[in-house]
Design a protein around this ligand. Structure first.
Ligand code: FMN
Length: 354
């Protein structure tokens, strides 16, 4: 594992994205997702869209401070614009980690106030913090004082027992008074007892109207909507009422969607016109990761959805799933999987991106 990797960026070799005064566009974002929005996924996503704002998986302040900081913050300059998501509540620790985010070149630092897992609750981070708006405000203020980066908050519309419109407004009032200008709102409450994190992404009903009403009530704040969004036409509808959209599961399971984002939302050309090209563009990166000892399956698990819904897509997926974990598996597995997919014309591809 000693070889240089495209993911080993030297500290402060950085994009301009992290410099004071440069604000990334949040018109279209991919959500932070543990185990999913890894550096490998993000490298791939960036090949498909130059403008989408990407988020890391959540990293806790404890892990960053006491663990392997270099490994946890490892990314490729090609991934910019890239936001680091933090889980934490201690203002000093949050400030320290916000400084690290700037030092390492991230474009934004985001605080997680939406994750409902027990592990996270025990550490008093994530969605349970919605019960303590003053604490969140204190943390946000400390982060803002520590960094020039934009500091944003991703939260729910409430948690069980604290789920009225007034509760939500109190949260936004206090956190915005601390200096936060951008709120990424998952449009459902989190139920902190009795539902698993997965159920908490599906069962509490979506209330998009609440997010729209937040934008009406706080027009000076940037409000990004998240939860259950799947298509570009849904995105356009949300963009009538909010400043940006954030997609999670759909962007992961159907990554080709991202190839349509630049033309659709940023008025620029797509960086890549076919799924075939998207996959082959990954080859040098895959090879360099393999050369430093990374297991093929760790990279290819993020590519499985590329041919989602296309002829041969299932065979592509199956070939990779059955072979990428075998000892010594290399690029030939991906090449053979690609051989299972009927080649499509770029025009056909574009029509099916969303
Ligand atoms: C596998 C998985 C992991 C997630 N991890 C995080 C996380 O680390 N931080 C966070 O704020 N949200 C996390 N989420 C929630 C997503 O960011 C997003 O809010 C949620 O999936 C709803 O959006 P969607 O319906 O577009 O997927 C995760 C979701 C999934 C599916």
């Amino acid at each position: 594992m000693s070889k240089q990797s495209p993911l080993d960026i030297p500290k402060r070799s950085r994009s301009t994205a992290g410099q004071p005064g440069t604000e990334p566009s949040r018109r279209f974002c991919v959500a932070p997702m543990m185990d999913w929005t890894t550096p490998h996924y993000r490298y791939f996503a960036r090949l498909l869209s130059r403008h989408t704002l990407l988020y890391t998986e959540m990293v806790t302040t404890g892990a960053l401070i006491h663990g392997d900081t270099e490994r946890l913050l490892r990314h490729n300059a090609a991934e910019y614009p890239l936001a680091l998501q933090l889980g934490g509540s201690d203002p000093k620790e949050l400030a320290h980690c916000a400084r690290l985010a700037e030092q390492y070149g991230f474009s934004e630092v985001n605080l997680n106030v939406g994750c409902p897992s027990d592990r996270v609750q025990n550490n008093r981070i994530g969605a349970c913090l919605m019960e303590h708006p003053d604490k969140v405000a204190e943390g946000v203020r400390a982060m803002i004082e520590a960094t020039h980066l934009p500091v944003t908050v991703k939260h729910r519309i409430g948690i069980n027992g604290r789920e009225t419109w007034e509760d939500l407004c109190e949260f936004v009032d206090k956190v915005s008074a601390a200096g936060c200008r951008t709120f990424i709102v998952h449009a459902r409450i989190a139920v902190l007892e009795g539902l698993s994190p997965k159920e908490n992404r599906d069962i509490p009903p979506l209330k998009y109207n609440w997010v729209y009403q937040l934008k009406q009530k706080y027009p000076h704040l940037e409000i990004i909507i998240n939860g259950g969004i799947k298509t570009f036409s849904e995105c356009h509808e949300h963009l009538q009422h909010t400043d940006g959209v954030m997609l999670g599961r759909e962007a992961y399971h159907n990554p080709w969607l991202l190839a349509g984002v630049d033309p659709e939302f940023f008025g620029s050309e797509t960086p890549i016109t076919s799924r075939h090209d998207a996959l082959t563009a990954m080859y040098p990166f895959i090879q360099s990761e393999l050369d430093r000892g990374v297991f093929l399956g760790h990279i290819t698990r993020h590519l499985l959805g590329l041919f989602h819904g296309m002829p041969g897509g299932r065979q592509f997926r199956r070939h990779i799933s059955e072979n990428a974990h075998k000892p010594g598996a290399g690029l030939e597995v991906v090449q053979a999987a690609l051989g299972k997919v009927r080649l499509l014309q770029p025009q056909t591809e574009a029509a099916t991106s969303a």
